[in-house]
Ligand binder design. Structure first.
Ligand SMILES: Cc1cc2nc3c(=O)[nH]c(=O)nc-3n(C[C@H](O)[C@H](O)[C@H](O)COP(=O)(O)OP(=O)(O)OC[C@H]3O[C@@H](n4cnc5c(N)ncnc54)[C@H](O)[C@@H]3O)c2cc1C
Length: 411
């Protein structure tokens, strides 16, 4: 039995496990894949979205440490892409930081069931090559991105927009290698060529333009352009259909790039994500629900545990178009600790993209730097609650904020 059990080893889960272990708690991290990183590695998501106001960082702490480690490995930032990272460097850095903090990591292990009594979780069940196993802890942290643990513990969850429960679309990220980047035309020209290929029926994809990013590797360009709407990230039939549809789109887009876009003549589709990227699935109902108004009014909270100035960025759940609504320039909002506290489960914390927020609120806080920050807060809260022998919801927000500041977090 560990004291803290974190499920899901993405940005939130890595930070939660490291913070809990550094806080003195015996910590286990359970992850379904053979490596850590979640969407950052399995989903091939890149780069880190904005976490600065001017030159001032809004997130530091464990996130900053991971950046430094990736940089030391030669896997962070390049002339064209200062915030791009190499997914392999991310995996190495995540392994290192967890090992050094004393986190016990179990890979290839999927959470399947949760035992509950009264208001608390008694155990979780996993499936792996070792068979079915039961795990117990004093505090559980759900960092599955999909709120798998919270949902199975009976925590009420929401999915998608209020009116029709459609979530943001899924995207299979992919990379083209062998690109002569110096020959690439500007984005406007690429989009004009894309429109033409769409009009001719050579590319069938509901995304309105070609979204691409430069990477840390020479001649490699990252595409966040496929779009699958109307499917749920927590339904296996939908996920299967989404993978197949996105792969078809990726092939068509790659063929279009090679035949129509200067610089891509000798390029090839080098890699796609291990899984399709899921922007949004379940969101828990917590003690507080972050709203669009909180984001757009740059609201601060007495229990704020993370800062964010990423806009509300909604890729149309039903078709073409992307809506961006900005946080006031030069400002940020805070994510309250209460968003991490689910209703009805006393020994559970939730961190990452499935915390308590509306569809619009989630569309802002979902980016990786903030998921690290929420994870760090959840891990620190778990360790502090154990040390004080109280439930996470009984912690004083001021104490938690002070602990995070001591750990180098900006709050
Ligand atoms: C297409 C796309 C593009 C994006 N673009 C950007 C971008 O450019 N920049 C940016 O900063 N952010 C971007 N994001 C957002 C960001 O990648 C995610 O929101 C973020 O990674 C969420 O972090 P997380 O730790 O909450 O969850 P995840 O990254 O989803 O990690 C969850 C982890 O839990 C594991 N897990 C899930 N269920 C179980 C289970 N039952 N048992 C065991 N393990 C489990 C998963 O394998 C995974 O490792 C994008 C997202 C998508 C999908």
């Amino acid at each position: 039995m560990s004291q803290v059990l974190v499920v899901g080893g993405g940005p939130a889960g890595i930070a939660a496990a490291v913070a809990a272990a550094r806080g003195g708690a015996e910590t286990t991290l359970i992850e379904r894949y053979g490596f850590l990183g979640g969407m950052a590695t399995a989903g091939l998501v890149n780069p880190f979205m904005a976490w600065h106001v001017g030159r001032k960082p809004l997130v530091a702490g464990i996130f900053r440490e991971l950046l430094d480690r990736m940089k030391a490995l030669g896997g962070y930032g390049s002339r064209r892409a200062p915030h791009a990272f190499d997914p392999e460097a991310f995996k190495f850095a995540a392994d290192e930081i967890c090992r050094e903090a004393g986190v016990w990591v179990r890979l290839h292990t999927l959470l399947t069931e949760v035992g509950v009594q009264e208001n608390g979780i008694t155990s979780i069940t996993t499936e792996s090559k070792s068979g079915r196993e039961q795990w117990r802890a004093r505090v559980y942290v759900d960092c599955t991105g999909d709120a798998d643990l919270a949902f199975r513990a009976g925590v009420p969850c929401q999915e998608g927009r209020e009116e029709d429960h459609l979530t943001q679309p899924m995207t299979l990220n992919f990379r083209m290698a062998g690109v002569k980047i110096s020959r690439m035309p500007d984005r406007k020209t690429i989009n004009r060529l894309y429109d033409k290929a769409k009009a001719e029926g050579r590319v069938r994809c509901p995304r309105e333009n070609v979204l691409f990013f430069y990477t840390t590797r020479p001649g490699v360009v990252h595409f966040n352009t496929t779009r699958v709407t109307g499917r749920s990230g927590v339904n296996a039939d939908d996920l299967t259909a989404a993978e197949l549809e996105a792969r078809r789109q990726a092939r068509e887009i790659a063929a279009f790039l090679v035949s129509d876009v200067p610089g891509f003549e000798k390029a090839y589709l080098e890699q796609s994500g291990v899984q399709i990227g899921v922007r949004e699935s379940r969101r828990i109902e917590g003690e507080y629900t972050l709203t669009a108004e909180d984001v757009l009014s740059a609201r601060k909270f007495s229990d704020g545990i993370a800062r964010c100035n990423y806009p509300i960025d909604i890729h149309n759940p039903a078709g073409e178009g992307t809506v961006i609504r900005n946080v006031p320039a030069g400002d940020w909002y805070e994510i309250p600790y209460r968003c991490l506290l689910p209703r009805g489960a006393d020994n559970l914390l939730v961190a990452g993209r499935c915390v308590s927020a509306t569809h619009e609120g989630q569309a802002s806080l979902r980016v990786m730097p903030q998921c690290f920050a929420m994870g760090q807060a959840a891990g620190a809260a778990a360790a502090t609650a154990l040390a004080r022998d109280c439930a996470p919801r009984e912690l004083s927000a001021e104490d938690l904020r002070a602990a995070l500041r001591e750990q180098g977090q900006v709050i």
